[in-house]
Design a binder for this molecule. Structure first.
Ligand SMILES: Cc1cc2nc3c(=O)[nH]c(=O)nc-3n(C[C@H](O)[C@H](O)[C@H](O)COP(=O)(O)OP(=O)(O)OC[C@H]3O[C@@H](n4cnc5c(N)ncnc54)[C@H](O)[C@@H]3O)c2cc1C
Length: 511
């Protein structure tokens, strides 16, 4: 099923009242309030498999009634006040790359729903070259952030796979983690402070080094997924551009040896910027998809070296030459002890070159009727393989109706105490009820990972899709506390309703 042209997508009638439209126009100017069909379609969904199915169906049963594009913090505040007064739900919208229903335009009892797109907030409003921080407006996308910083000899080092489209505000709102997180940290570690506009007013957390002024307000706002207010600015910790980059690939005899290497690198020095370990199934798929002439030779060579079901590891170090050299030496010792076979720089370079390309493959697979989706979690080192097996088992029993699904898993963010697991699922799509097919599989996988004590999400966040599990993830009192925070900042509940803090079944037909 190919996607229909945008002008053929059927939308629900826009419900913006004349009075609210007038207030929005007063807030941001007539040119920056749009309700044409293309704008509404572009803001009607994120980028999950279910989102793509909905977009491809040619009929959207929900879409924002309009989109407002504020140009500064005061305009954001004016939009939120207008929406509060007119009982209109507000969906903060960055790059729209959410894969958990975070930008789903839910009314949730409100009279209408608008998206507030922060694309006009797109400059760096300050760089402190001594303290190594930069203040980024919320709408800056990944490449723009790096271009501005690189021009000053700096980098943020935040490279999620959605880098090309996702924004600074979105990174903060979802506690995003990039591919080099093992060294540069997750976005919630990079953030030093932020400015948020809420229906109750502006909230600014000072951009200071870590302090002891009670519980961290900054951490309470990070990951709020648009449910408390619109983040307009984030101050982040930045780094000097690396002088040296060293990327290489290894093959490990099995996952257990690979995980042991990853853990030692995270705990005992040698820690890389990029650390990826694929299980045997994902490695087999990577070899099969590789067009390089060396691939069949490499597979034969690995068999001869006693690795019939190898696990591919890509490691990358960046920074000062001496530090990189020292870490590579430590890692080489650990790898040798684990029986790793060096594959050289070429596979790692190929991974690096193509690292933002894989998502584009999804469209071709969807065109051919393939179910293609990912899910992720994080857990302690001692539980990593048990979680992998449990999730894999749940997905296989849910999706094996016709053909066996293909399930690959990799570890790509390592910590002293544990690691994330990222699953890629390919299966034959069940025509007619493809959404229900995936919803059932995702529920089974999520129940399985929670039963193993793993986290509901490592970096995709909660959105609509994971909200039903939030009470069990944070506990009743935890939910009550988060809801109290929301009541303070958003007393009438206009901010992104139906996401994150919902204890009941969500309104949308996703989860
Ligand atoms: C192909 C693909 C690969 C991905 N890879 C990664 C990855 O490697 N690492 C990772 O962490 N994530 C990844 N994601 C998920 C997604 O990109 C992240 O969650 C990202 O941080 C979202 O940023 P965004 O600007 O697109 O936000 P959006 O999708 O626009 O919004 C996400 C959520 O944040 C809220 N929000 C957005 N902007 C603001 C704001 N200014 N103020 C308040 N709330 C706001 C929205 O309301 C929504 O709830 C991937 C997604 C895709 C489609």
């Amino acid at each position: 099923m190919r996607p229909p042209p945008l002008d053929r997508v059927r939308l629900p009638e826009a419900r913006l009242t004349t009075a609210l439209r007038r207030s929005l126009v007063e807030a941001v100017g007539g040119f920056h309030v749009r309700d044409d069909a293309e704008t509404r379609v572009r803001h009607a969904a994120g980028r999950s498999y279910v989102d793509l199915l909905r977009l491809r169906s040619g009929t959207l049963d929900s879409a924002p009634d309009a989109v407002a594009y504020p140009g500064n913090a005061a305009e954001v505040l004016a939009v939120l006040r207008a929406c509060t007064e007119h009982e209109c739900a507000v969906v903060p919208f960055g790059g729209g790359t959410s894969v958990v229903g975070g930008v789903a335009p839910l009314r949730d009892g409100m009279r209408c729903v608008i998206a507030v797109d922060v694309e006009r907030l797109d400059s760096a409003s300050g760089v402190d070259a001594i303290g190594m921080t930069a203040t980024l407006q919320a709408g800056m996308r990944g490449p723009h952030i790096e271009a501005v910083l690189n021009a000053r000899g700096m980098t943020l080092g935040h490279f999620p796979q959605s880098f090309e489209y996702a924004t600074a505000g979105g990174f903060a709102a979802t506690r995003s983690a990039g591919q080099a997180s093992s060294q540069y940290g997750r976005f919630d570690e990079m953030a030093a402070g932020l400015a948020m506009q809420s229906p109750s007013g502006e909230l600014i957390t000072d951009a200071l080094p870590p302090a002891a002024t009670g519980p961290s307000l900054l951490q309470a706002l990070l990951g709020s997924e648009g449910t408390l207010g619109v983040i307009t600015e984030v101050t982040v910790r930045v780094h000097p551009l690396p002088h040296v980059e060293h990327y290489a690939a290894w093959s490990l005899p099995d996952l257990a040896h690979g995980l042991d290497v990853m853990r030692q690198l995270a705990q005992d020095g040698g820690k890389p910027h990029v650390a990826r370990l694929s299980d045997a199934d994902e490695t087999r798929a990577a070899f099969a998809m590789s067009s390089g002439r060396a691939t069949p030779v490499a597979r034969r060579y690995l068999r001869v070296r006693g690795q019939p079901a190898p696990c591919l590891m890509v490691l990358g170090w960046e920074g000062d030459g001496d530090v990189v050299g020292q870490r590579v030496r430590v890692a080489s010792r650990v790898l040798r002890r684990a029986g790793a076979v060096g594959l050289g720089a070429a596979p790692a370079r190929a991974w690096r070159r193509d690292r933002f390309q894989a998502p584009y493959l999804r469209d071709a697979l969807l065109d051919r009727g393939v179910l293609v989706e990912t899910l992720e979690t994080v857990t302690r080192w001692s539980a990593v393989d048990a979680v992998r097996r449990a999730v894999r088992g749940a997905l296989i029993s849910s999706l094996s109706e016709r053909a066996q699904p293909l399930i690959g898993c990799h570890v790509s963010h390592i910590y002293r105490d544990g690691a994330s697991l990222y699953f890629t699922v390919l299966a034959e799509q069940r025509r007619g009820d493809a959404v229900e097919q995936w919803v059932a599989a995702k529920r089974a996988a999520t129940d399985a990972l929670l039963a193993q004590g793993a986290a509901l999400s490592h970096h995709h966040g909660v959105g609509v899709d994971h909200s039903r599990w939030m009470p069990s993830a944070v506990g009743e009192r935890g939910m009550a506390l988060l809801q109290a925070l929301k009541r303070e900042l958003d007393p009438t509940g206009v901010m992104n309703p139906g996401k994150l803090l919902v204890a009941s079944e969500p309104e949308l037909t996703t989860f």
